[in-house]
Design a protein around this ligand. Structure first.
Ligand SMILES: [Zn+2]
Length: 317
């Protein structure tokens, strides 16, 4: 499953690449025909090959002589190009991707060039930026939690494994995560690692602070007219995975609360996954949010992962 907008954008980009390659070949063909009347004559004859083959096949004649003549003409054309100082393949179409000739698909599957472009596009749209290259499951330093005692280490080991399992099985099973814990205990690192893993599998991910998300909904509701501009917030409702960062730091207005509820509820109804991270404890969450939000989050919907440890940002080597 790939986000429709991303897919359309990448497909159009690859198609534009293909048209540019064909256009450039057309231009070069016109150029060499002008430079050499011989090449122009050969091209005229080659353009009739299809018709000749068709007629011969229809009449039940041997088509091999036509094929041989055709090959001889192509060789002659190449030699003429070289004698004029052009590269042998000057008038060929030079596609960016030789595997799919800039169509985005091989005979059996989506081409790797298209997969890569979708991933790049999803990283750009995710809002994570440079962090995505720096924070992964591979470089999460679990050992550093031993300093805070065996219990902390064991707890973080479980948190790490559960987050990794969630990310690696994304799309195969539905689920949501709730990262709870003090600042600096690795919530951002593991959120980014989840995002990277899910994006690499071809899914669209948005990573944003709760305050930003609410402000976007607010802008759409109060400040924009109808039409395109009013749809900035749709990405939060539609992305395959939403990572809602820093729940509890937003201004707790009635609008914010109903906005949060609608967001979580809509995603739940669509079967889309959400990862929430917060510095608030379960108790503080209850106090801050209405029952309907609290029960949605801490109810059976979300797997609670309690982070622990000292502030790891202060001891990064
Ligand atoms: Zn390709």
């Amino acid at each position: 499953m790939v986000n429709v907008n991303t897919y359309a954008k990448v497909r159009d980009m690859i198609e534009a690449r293909r048209l540019a390659a064909v256009g450039e070949a057309d231009r070069r063909n016109a150029e060499v025909r002008l430079a050499s009347p011989e090449i122009a004559r050969i091209d005229d004859e080659l353009s009739k090959t299809g018709l000749h083959l068709f007629r011969a096949a229809l009449a039940g004649e041997d088509i091999n002589p036509i094929r041989e003549r055709n090959q001889a003409l192509c060789r002659e054309r190449e030699n003429l190009l070289v004698s004029l100082g052009y590269p042998r393949d000057y008038t060929d179409v030079h596609y960016t991707c030789k595997k799919c000739n800039d169509t985005g698909f091989t005979e059996t599957e989506m081409c790797s060039c298209m997969r890569k472009a979708i991933i790049t596009e999803n990283i750009k749209a995710s809002g994570i930026g440079d962090l995505i290259e720096k924070q992964s499951f591979d470089n999460f330093n679990l050992e550093s939690y031993r300093k805070d005692g065996e219990e902390t280490y064991r707890r973080m080991n479980t948190v790490f494994l559960r987050a990794k399992t969630f990310a690696e099985n994304f799309g195969k099973m539905h689920g949501n995560l709730l990262f709870v814990g003090p600042t600096g205990t690795g919530k951002t690192h593991l959120s980014t690692a989840v995002a990277k893993c899910v994006i690499d599998a071809g899914y669209s991910v948005i990573y944003d602070s709760t305050q930003n998300i609410i402000s976007t909904f607010e802008d759409d509701k109060f400040h924009s007219g109808f039409g395109e501009a009013a749809n900035e917030s749709r990405k939060y409702l539609e992305c395959d995975l939403l990572i809602l960062d820093d729940l509890g730091t937003e201004y707790a207005t009635p609008f914010a609360v109903s906005c949060l509820y609608n967001l979580l509820n809509t995603r739940h109804n669509k079967g889309l996954s959400t990862v929430i991270s917060t510095n608030l404890s379960a108790n503080e969450l209850t106090k801050r949010y209405e029952d309907r939000i609290y029960s949605r989050i801490v109810g059976s919907d979300y797997l609670l992962l309690p982070f622990a440890g000292h502030d790891h940002r202060l001891s990064l080597s």
